[in-house]
Design a protein around this ligand. Structure first.
Ligand code: NDP
Ligand code: GDR
Length: 343
């Protein structure tokens, strides 16, 4: 019998890579998707087969982390071996604009899903997408022992989810783990996160359809890894003998400015000619430096990332240039529209 996985956030960056990984491993994959007036499945369309097709192994179910009753009925119906909770309002800057919604989905939503597991009584392993943002103001390097000091409603909501996951493990003996992941990016990264915002702009500037790129704080230090490698780490956490929490990171320490330099120069451009400052992109409280120490994951899970930040920047620039060249004008128009975004 194929193992069954249930993924919340399957339409997001990580959800799409994880679904791909699990389908390749022979799993039957069930994903939670939100009802939307437009299609929101672009990242997983290449994996989808109509459910009438006898070869279909990925199934999508409408639901929302704000709807606990639906989570109970779905988990009871699917009865998965593994649950990956990747869904969240995941944008740090947006969490200052929508703190209540962020708390409800990124925080309490995790508890609703854990409670749904407990109420249905299913035997399953549970992965919680915890974040390096929980370390916030605590200086690097950060590992599993580092104290939390969140600096945003998002970070605070993730701290709640971290502790409630740990509590369900201790209170009910659940196999529930926290993956504390540092920033990880890819050509599928959401367009308003800084790396993708930069690499899309590089492609549009190179194509002559954009001139300026507006950014906020260029001094922030981040440890940017490649998302496709991080989902393997998530899966390994659920295959371990005992439930435990793990940091996944590369140990790299690029500033936003370093990323700009690498991305623009890869396309033969000079970032100083195009980047302008806009205070809208500053956060009321910033996280200055996140650099992870993933030695526990290397030792206990054998998880070691191979793509560093410079290579990642080049992969993303190449992908965005190719996307523009392949799709032609409609895509260029989308780039222009996206530059109106405030995040
Ligand atoms: P994305 O923003 O790309 O994806 C978020 C997913 O959550 C989307 O599928 C979105 O659906 C879904 N979602 C949002 N709100 C709800 C809700 N109320 N109910 C159900 N689904 C919802 O995030 P990533 O893939 O980058 O990240 C995955 C997880 O890992 C997130 O929890 C994030 O906070 C966390 N994380 C990410 C890191 C990173 O660097 N990428 C680092 C550390 C943690 P829709 O498509 O409909 O919007
Ligand atoms: P982050 O990612 O906040 O680390 O959260 P983001 O890419 O949004 O910001 C990284 C750094 O870049 C600075 N920055 C800008 N950021 C954005 N988005 N837009 C800008 O124009 C801009 N200019 C400068 C930011 O101030 C920040 O210092 C990501 C998310 O994926 C979270 O869900 C996840 O938990 C953490 O990574 C780990």
């Amino acid at each position: 019998m194929a193992k069954k996985a249930f993924i919340t956030g399957i339409t997001g960056q990580d959800g799409s890579y994880l679904a791909e990984l699990l389908l390749n491993k022979g799993y039957e994959v069930h994903g939670l998707i939100r009802r939307s007036s437009t299609f929101n499945t672009a990242r997983i369309d290449h994996l989808y087969k109509d459910s009438h097709d006898p070869e279909a192994r990925m199934f999508l179910h409408y639901g929302d982390l704000s709807d606990g009753a639906r989570l109970v009925s779905l988990l009871g119906q699917v009865n998965p071996d593994e649950v990956y909770n990747l869904a969240a309002q995941s944008h740090v800057r947006v969490s200052f604009d929508e703190p209540e919604h962020t708390g409800d989905t990124t925080g309490v939503g995790s508890m609703r899903l854990l409670e749904a597991v407990r109420m249905t009584g299913i035997e399953t392993r549970f992965y919680q997408a915890s974040s390096s943002e929980m370390f916030g103001a605590t200086p690097p390097p950060q590992n599993e022992e580092t104290p939390f000091y969140p600096r945003s409603p998002y970070g605070a909501a993730k701290v709640y989810s971290y502790w409630v996951t740990k509590n369900y493990r201790e209170a009910y003996g659940m196999f529930a783990v926290n993956g504390i992941l540092f920033n990880h990016e890819s050509p599928r990264r959401g367009e308003t996160f800084v790396t993708r915002k930069i690499t899309r702009a590089v492609a549009a500037i190179k194509a002559g359809s954009q001139d300026a790129l507006y950014l906020g704080n260029l001094d922030a230090i981040r440890d940017w890894g490649y998302a496709a490698e991080y989902v393997e780490g998530m899966w390994r956490m659920l295959q371990a003998d005992e439930p435990d929490d793990f940091v996944l990171a590369t140990g790299g320490n690029f500033t936003v400015r370093d990323f700009l330099e690498t991305a623009f120069s890869h396309a033969g451009l000079t970032w100083q000619d195009h980047v302008k400052f806009d205070e809208r992109y500053l956060r009321p409280t910033e996280v200055d430096a996140l650099v992870g120490d993933a030695s526990k994951a290397a030792e206990k899970l054998g998880w070691v990332p191979t793509v560093d930040t410079a290579e990642l920047a080049r992969i993303m620039v190449d992908a965005d240039i190719e996307a523009l060249e392949c799709a032609g004008r409609p895509w260029i128009d989308t780039v222009k529209l996206a530059s109106w975004s405030t995040n």
